[in-house]
Every structure is written in C-alpha cells, then in structure tokens.
Write a protein that binds this ligand. Structure first.
Ligand code: ADP
Ligand code: MG
Length: 254
C-alpha cells in the first residue's frame, strides 16, 4: 500500500498570539488534484508553506509521502530534522507562487536549468535537454532565450511551472498561481495545470478559479478561520455543500 502524498492530522500553527491553523485534517492521495478554497486570511498559504518547510508546524503531524515533515521518527521517538534532510524533502516538492519570482537576469532556459544543475548537481547537457522539452511542454519552445521582462505574466508563470518541474517533484503546490495575472492570461496557465493533472501529477492548488476547481479537482476543501470546514468531491462541494459557511462563501463569490 502506498502512503498518501500528504497527510495532515490536527496540524496547528501560531504566529505570536495569532492561531492561524487550528487543527487541519486532510489527506491528499497520490495522483490527486486537491484544491483549497476559502476567504483571505483563512490559512491556505500558511498550510501550503508548512508542507514545503517554509513554515514550521507547531502541533499535530504532517507527512509527505509517508515522511514526517519537521521530524524524523525512530520507534516512538521524534527527532528534529537536520537541514540536509529538509533540503532533500524540499527538493521533491515543487511550488509555484502568485508572483512569478523568476531570476530576472536569467533567460527562461537558464531559470529552468538553475536548480537541477546547482542544487541537484546533475550534468548540464542532460538538464538543458530536459529543460527545452519542459519549456516546449508549457508552450514556450520558441521563447527559451527570452528574459522574464520580455515575457507576459502568463508566460512567466509557465516558465515558473517548468522550473518547478525540472526538479522532478513528486508533489506540486500552487498558491493562487493566476491571481496576479491579467484576465486574458489566466487560461493559458490553467491549461498547463490541467495538462499536468492529466499526466498524473499530484497537486495541491490554492485557487479562486472555481470553474477550474470544479472541473479538475478530485477533492476540494473549504477553509475558514484556520479550519477545514468541509472537504468533498467538487460536485458535492460546489453544488450541494453541507455546511452553511461553505454556502455563504460560495454565494458571495459565484
Ligand atoms: P490565506 O492564504 O488563506 O489568505 P494566510 O495563510 O496567508 O491566509 O494567512 C493566515 C493568517 O496568518 C492571516 O491573518 C495572516 O495575516 C497571518 N500570517 C501569515 N503569515 C504570517 C507571518 N509570517 N507572521 C504573522 N502572521 C502571519
Ligand atoms: Mg494566501
């Protein structure tokens, strides 16, 4: 039996006196597309950031592909992870943010090649070949030598996706990847994400694109106030939500 790709049990996170995650329980199976929706400030980004070690979980257990995040387990004892263990875990998780934080002094191709060569120490020629095919896959085969400022926001975000994929991640996290884009550029990024989903990538996607979530997600979780209020198949969550708070949220945004 394979472990779930992400398993959160009573995950808690506090900033100072602000309790941002109040016991998150959720499971993302291998190969699933899992969408997180909810109002601003509900803890969606914080939860994603915990998965990727950008924040440290304060309580509960968080596992990625069976590995404890933040801790190492021997028998019943837990030990803090070393920096290098954290680096190994992080290299297996790709993340795409709202703002395409590409290296501005590097071409699209150099952006995609950077981490596999300098972090994973893989041979440059092999990485380059893969990077070209990744850029082709996101529809940018003819722009590989363009610098970020020469690309539209949608193109930059597609480079950012190719760059994350170059590390051969087993899990991809997306934090509102289309929120900073002009409306006419949203579709091209969602198309790439849809392709990736169809290719079997496990994805956790924070999004306000409800149509995308409804069409592509296997499961959708509605978060509010640091809790998962409701989690189900999109057909249920969007058409027949069980919780009043989910209904209210959807009524406001749809
Ligand atoms: P969402 O992504 O759902 O909008 P966030 O996870 O970004 O929500 O934020 C949840 C809450 O945590 C917000 O009140 C936010 O202000 C707070 N928060 C997020 N990051 C930090 C931080 N590094 N320090 C203090 N408060 C934070
Ligand atoms: Mg956020």
């Amino acid at each position: 039996m394979t472990a779930p790709m992400v398993s959160a049990r009573q995950v808690g996170k506090t900033f100072g006196t602000l309790e941002v995650l109040k016991g998150i329980d959720l499971t993302v199976e291998q190969g699933e597309v899992f969408c997180l929706i909810g109002p601003s400030g509900s803890g969606k980004s914080t939860f994603l950031r915990c998965i990727n070690h950008l924040e440290k979980v304060d309580s509960g257990t968080l596992r990625v592909d069976g590995d404890l995040i933040g801790y190492r387990q021997e028998g019943h004892k837990l030990y803090e992870l070393h920096e290098r263990d954290i680096a190994v875990q992080r290299a297996q998780i790709g993340m795409v943010f709202q703002r395409f934080n590409l290296f501005s002094h590097m071409t699209a191709l150099q952006n995609v090649c950077e981490a596999p060569v300098s972090v994973q120490r893989r041979p440059a020629a092999e990485v380059r070949e893969e990077a070209v095919s990744l850029l082709q896959r996101v529809g940018l085969g003819n722009r590989i030598n363009a610098y970020p400022h020469q690309l539209s926001g949608g193109q930059q975000q597609r480079v950012a996706i190719a760059r994350a994929l170059a590390m051969k991640p087993k899990l991809m996290l997306f934090d509102e990847p289309t929120s900073a884009l002009d409306p006419e550029l949203v579709g091209e990024v969602l198309d790439v994400m849809r392709q990736l989903a169809q290719a079997g990538m496990t994805m956790v996607v924070v999004t306000h694109e409800m149509r995308f979530a409804e069409e592509v997600a296997d499961k959708v979780a509605f978060m509010d106030g640091g809790r998962v209020v409701e989690c189900s198949a999109p057909s249920v969550l969007f058409r027949d939500p069980r919780q009043e708070r989910t209904r209210e949220f959807l009524a406001r945004i749809l």
